[in-house]
Design a protein around this ligand. Structure first.
Ligand SMILES: Cc1cc2ncn([C@H]3O[C@H](COP(=O)(O)O)[C@@H](O)[C@H]3O)c2cc1C
Ligand SMILES: O=C(O)c1cccnc1
Length: 361
């Protein structure tokens, strides 16, 4: 049964403007030329606003949740890798061997895997929120039923609640699912009225023939999605998938729980676009960790008014781009929180600069 409350979000409270103003005022007193820490200064203000305190505190419990799910469209030649890789990578995450695990180790984050729709049986410890095996092939059928989309959104919300209740102070959504850049591109292109050829990317590295098949699949799915584009739940149901719906629920719920998020690449940002439709204002609780090489990612970031922290030519997913940006965010916090002020350190301010008074006769 579809339970309506699962897909309805209370109004999002924006981050604390007073804490942000206090951060701006504090930046002006720290021992550095005005504005010299550039983007670190605005990021520090954002963290202060999210935490409702100035100075802000370093993040001590950053948590990545990797949402895993297969997609029927992956069986139609839109990826450079076979669909079996999704389940194999879930095992790799659990063994600690993936890029997200390596990056988590050096940034102080921990990683959770959530099987939302992997087309195989996975470790029972990670499949408690499983909605179904794979999502439908969106170029020819709906990804999900009405009941499944509601359950997937609810699963993402429940996972966010579980993580915040266990003390996570920063959340990152990552994803694993062969073929998932196809539905991600469909969501972004549909919401921004972008032509398939302008939005499609190579994902894992499809060759030219695969690129043509992927572009056609995106076109066909966009045609199926068009009648429901204004309804975010229906959009996820027809042109998304269980993992994307869960991520949308997770990202909106994080905002509802006043917990900041670093967004990752094109797939997570596609879910974020829909989450912003579900819960307007949620984007105030997110920063963009990086800009991936997927063309649709830039389109989505622009629409969300998010400026990526890094642009490293990454195109992996898993939460890797967000984790690469985490040390930058921690740097923004530590400078704002731990630098001395001019008064404390006895350093002269710009206003004390000697100006030679020209001699007059
Ligand atoms: C070994 C391997 C590890 C990955 N980790 C993330 N992805 C990324 O690639 C997939 C999306 O690209 P496409 O739409 O072209 O299939 C997703 O699983 C995404 O997380 C991976 C892909 C592979 C092959
Ligand atoms: O932008 C991403 O996150 C991405 C790009 C290619 C493949 N998987 C993910």
């Amino acid at each position: 049964m579809t339970s309506e409350p699962d897909v309805i979000f209370d109004a999002i409270t924006p981050p604390d403007a007073a804490a942000r103003a206090a951060a701006d005022a504090r930046q002006a007193q720290l021992t550095k030329p005005t504005g010299s820490l550039g983007r670190l200064e605005t990021l520090g203000g954002w963290v202060a606003a999210c935490q409702g305190q100035c100075p802000p505190a370093l993040f001590t419990r950053p948590r990545v949740v990797v949402f895993a799910g297969d997609h029927g469209v992956a069986r139609h030649g839109v990826s450079a890798y076979p669909a079996e890789v999704t389940a194999q990578m879930v095992a790799n995450f659990l063994a600690g061997g993936a890029a997200v695990n390596a990056l988590a180790t050096t940034t102080g984050a921990s990683v959770r895997v959530a099987d939302i729709a992997v087309d195989a049986d996975t470790d029972p410890a990670v499949s408690t929120h499983k909605v179904r095996r794979s999502s439908g092939s969106i170029d020819r059928e709906d990804a999900l039923t009405e009941d499944e989309v509601a359950r997937a959104i609810a699963a993402g919300r429940a996972i966010a609640d579980e993580e915040v209740d266990s003390g996570a102070d920063l959340l990152i959504a990552g994803e694993m699912g062969i073929g998932n850049t196809t539905p991600a591109t469909v969501l972004i292109a549909s919401l921004t009225d972008t032509e398939p050829v302008a939005a499609v990317g190579r994902g894992t590295g499809v060759d030219d023939a695969g690129w043509a098949r992927k572009t056609a699949a995106i076109r066909d799915a966009m045609r199926r999605v068009r009648p429901v584009v204004a309804d975010p739940v229906a959009l996820l149901r027809v042109g998304g998938g269980a993992d994307l719906a869960a991520m949308a629920g997770f990202l909106a719920q994080a905002a509802l729980r006043k917990t900041p998020v670093i967004l990752d690449g094109v797939v997570v940002t596609a879910a974020a676009m829909v989450a912003e439709e579900l819960a307007p204002g949620a984007r105030e609780w997110w920063v963009a960790g990086h800009k991936s090489t997927e063309p649709a990612h830039a389109v989505a970031l622009q629409r969300l008014h998010l400026v990526p922290i890094l642009d490293l030519g990454m195109r992996l997913g898993e939460g890797s781009g967000a984790l690469a940006a985490l040390p930058v965010l921690q740097g923004a916090v530590t400078t704002l929180a731990n630098m001395a002020t001019f008064a404390d350190a006895g350093v002269s301010t710009g206003e004390d600069a000697d100006v030679e008074t020209p001699a007059t006769d």
